[in-house]
Write a protein that binds this ligand. Structure first.
Ligand code: SF4
Ligand code: SF4
Length: 435
């Protein structure tokens, strides 16, 4: 693995010719070029199943690692491999030949982006393997310090930022529209706006939350929030291996939700969306859940745009909205509805979108992983976005504004503005004016 340097490709040895002997006819013929590699003997007995591979495969969720047959399809689509040496095939082979994944830094590099699973013919599922192995590592106390800090903050305060829960709805004061808090006014509501951590506390997230509240008010959505009662849904903590913390959060979140009457939950956070749609039902809690772009896209007819945005804009698909949950259209419909906006796609988009590096706990592991990558995934993505000639990189995941803004600075692409779709819509609808 390169340490902060360039990716190195192995030297491929090509024989001029190779002889193949048919076991049926006994005939011989020569095969030359790249095909030779298929006929070189492969050593299949240089590992012991009872070593690392058996240990992983025995875990609930770890079984599929042993299904790998080395076809290599997963490696070119793995976003981490583009900046390091990674991908399920490489992990499988290393574990097979002695790597102790439970104690390896490589355990924390997978962002659970899901792109390998999309192409793997054998269903090797890193979205299950990594959390299963991480859960054991967490139990053994082998956790990167910064991640341990996030787990502790989440446990103590109910949010990954370690902020005071009473300040969870401080952002509403400057929203410019009334935002109902259910604890103060518990009458039934149509839409429960589940704000999540980064829109509640991060300064750039708060701006997006305010913009979204204004847009909901403009298009006539009846909505309310939980305010200080809200805790994170905890999906990234689960994928980072803290299943016990996730289970405790499920209990807290669902007992708070049980206090109020609402029709639908709307969240800006694809990670929360993913957990509420896929994980909470496994534990007996099913809700009607929408990502905020899914709530707004059918309401475009109600939007009275007053400010055209005459800019070239490119859009980054969040892994947990797109690849994991199949929603590629709602964000694009909203962007295309904004007058003047010219949407240009990056080469890697939709199901093959690149990853910002924030999923599966990666949001909190940039420092830890920095020794193993030539650049951060967010930096790589910002360079792709800037390469389209776009002036704005549009996002719809609360992790991404801060990640990409930092990356735009560190790669010298400050001219590329990073904006949430909620902010772009709000600007086109007039912002705080005329409310
Ligand atoms: S695509 Fe699947 S089977 Fe092929 S090398 Fe990757 S993990 Fe193994
Ligand atoms: S889930 Fe994503 S980051 Fe993890 S191994 Fe697969 S492609 Fe790479």
């Amino acid at each position: 693995m390169p340490v902060g340097g360039k990716k190195q490709s192995p030297v491929v040895v090509e024989l001029e010719e190779a002889t193949v002997i048919s076991k049926v006819s006994g005939r011989e013929w020569d095969v030359s070029g790249a095909w030779n590699r298929m006929f070189q003997p492969r050593v299949l007995s240089d590992y012991s199943y009872s070593g690392g591979l058996g240990k992983v495969a025995q875990l609930d969720g770890g079984e599929t690692l042993e299904y790998c047959y080395g076809c290599g399809k997963c490696v070119p689509v793995c976003p981490v491999d583009l900046v390091s040496e990674y991908g399920p095939r490489k992990i499988h082979r290393k574990v097979q030949t002695g790597l102790d994944l439970f104690a390896s830094d490589e355990l924390w590099m997978c962002t659970t982006c899901g792109n390998c699973l999309r192409v793997c013919p054998k269903g090797v599922n890193m979205i299950q393997i990594m959390p299963a192995v991480r859960e054991v590592a967490v139990g053994d106390g082998k956790v990167p310090d910064e991640l341990q800090g996030i787990f502790e903050k989440t446990f103590r305060y109910g949010n990954a930022l370690g902020e005071n829960p009473r300040r969870r709805h401080a952002w509403t004061k400057a929203a410019g529209v009334p935002v109902r808090v259910l604890g103060s006014d518990p009458t039934p509501v149509d839409v429960l706006f589940y704000v999540e951590d980064y829109w509640s506390y991060h300064p750039r997230g708060q701006q997006a939350a305010q913009a979204f509240a204004r847009t909901m008010a403009r298009v006539g959505v009846d909505f309310a929030i939980l305010g200080a009662e809200e805790k994170t849904v905890g999906d990234s903590q689960r994928l980072a291996g803290e299943k016990g913390l996730f289970d405790a959060l499920v209990e807290d979140v669902t007992s708070t939700l049980a206090k109020y009457e609402f029709n639908r939950i709307v969240t800006p956070d694809p990670h929360a969306f993913n957990a509420l749609v896929k994980e909470y039902p496994k534990r007996g809690f099913t809700y009607d859940v929408l990502h905020y772009t899914q709530l707004l896209s059918p309401l475009i007819d109600r939007m009275n745009f007053v400010n055209p945005i005459n800019k070239k804009v490119t859009f980054h698909d969040p892994c947990y909205l797109g690849r994991h949950n199949g929603e590629y259209d709602a964000p694009r419909k909203l962007l295309k509805a904004i007058p003047g906006l010219d949407l240009v796609e990056m080469g890697r988009c939709k199901e093959n979108s690149y990853c910002c590096g924030g999923g599966g706990g990666g949001m909190w592991l940039d420092g830890f992983n920095s020794n193993h990558v030539s650049e951060r995934l967010s930096e790589r993505r910002v360079r792709e976005a800037a390469g389209t000639g776009a002036e704005i990189l549009a996002v719809c995941c609360p992790y991404e504004v801060s990640r990409f803004e930092d990356a735009a600075k560190s790669t010298g692409n400050e001219h590329l503005k990073v904006m949430d779709i909620a902010e772009l819509l709000d600007e086109a609808l007039g912002g705080s004016e005329g409310l």
